[in-house]
Design a protein around this ligand. Structure first.
Ligand SMILES: [Zn+2]
Length: 312
């Protein structure tokens, strides 16, 4: 298939117009991930909807926040991400927040108030809090307000929990990777194959995945994987450098496939169903917020240079 004009939106197939379907600047990989790659061949309606449906929930995923914090990747407004937190509890049931700091994870006790009977109340605060006494004073004031009288006796007991075992809970939405994969693949393939490709059953299937419509791929393809593969540091001989993102469109047995590598460590594969004339790579550096689009051959040559640098 020859590359043709791009006058339609890859996410809804509508012709771009001056109304709801007017062209808008869209980031196939969201700016929150540090990606500067953007296109004008997306309609305004899809841009807005997919920001809410895919980009934001994907950026909110725990491992994405952890990677952004670890590599200090700024968002679109230039803000640095703080460490993500998980709620959990110690073995005795004490609620804690687990701070996933880039220098090491640690738990922090949440303040609790416990009625021990006999007019005794135990207030527990984390001694490592910025100001444990202020937290204690606030808790005490609230309690006095509830009781309607001052607390007469107050003793402070210091305790430390060493190497605590913490149970944490998390939610994993197994539809977000397929949606993000479909979104990037639709944009990358549309860029290389043009409007005609949008009329293939395969492109329509990817749109169904993107919009969470119940769907099945045509043979010989399988549904998209629920999660990405985590590359070991030695995969590709360390050629991918965290936290770079790489979007590769390469030809295979059943047409092209988009290989997405996020933060230099998570690999996700999306078949496109049609071969491309020129295998192409988008090479994205989230730290400098720059990207390059280049033919795969040229990218390969740059990787060889990298390998030589590694060997030296
Ligand atoms: Zn659209």
């Amino acid at each position: 298939m020859k590359a043709t004009a791009k006058t339609r939106c890859p996410y809804c197939s509508h012709r771009l117009d001056g109304g709801k379907r007017r062209p808008s600047r869209e980031h196939p990989l969201s700016e929150t991930l540090g990606s500067s790659w953007n296109r004008w061949e997306t309609c305004d309606a899809c841009n807005r909807e997919l920001g809410k449906l895919v980009d934001q929930p994907f950026a909110d995923k725990l491992w994405v926040r952890e990677q952004r914090h670890f590599h200090q990747i700024r968002d679109a407004r230039g803000r640095l991400p703080g460490p993500p937190e998980l709620l959990g509890e110690l073995e005795d049931g004490t609620p804690v927040r687990v701070i996933m700091h880039r220098g090491g994870w640690y738990p922090k006790m949440l303040p609790t108030v416990e009625d021990l009977g006999n007019k005794q109340v135990r207030i527990r605060v984390d001694a490592d809090d910025a100001d444990p006494h202020a937290v204690l004073a606030r808790k005490r004031a609230r309690l006095e307000k509830q009781l309607g009288k001052p607390i007469e006796d107050l003793s402070v007991d210091d305790q430390t929990v060493n190497n605590p075992r913490v149970t944490v809970r998390g939610v994993e939405d197994t539809f977000l990777w397929p949606q993000m994969g479909a979104k990037v693949a639709l944009s990358a393939a549309h860029e290389l194959l043009g409007d005609d490709w949008l009329d293939t059953p395969h492109a329509r299937w990817l749109q169904d995945v993107l919009w969470r419509r119940p769907t099945k791929p045509s043979a010989p393809f399988a549904p998209l994987a629920p999660t990405a593969e985590v590359l070991s540091p030695n995969a590709y001989h360390g050629l991918f450098r965290p936290p770079e993102h790489v979007v590769m469109v390469l030809n295979g047995q059943h047409g092209a496939a988009v290989q997405l590598v996020l933060f230099g460590r998570n690999r996700y594969l999306v078949p496109v169903g049609t071969s491309v004339d020129i295998p192409t790579v988008w090479w994205i550096d989230p730290l400098s917020r720059r990207h390059e689009r280049l033919p795969f051959g040229e990218f390969g040559a740059k990787l060889v240079t990298r390998q030589q640098q590694l060997a030296a």
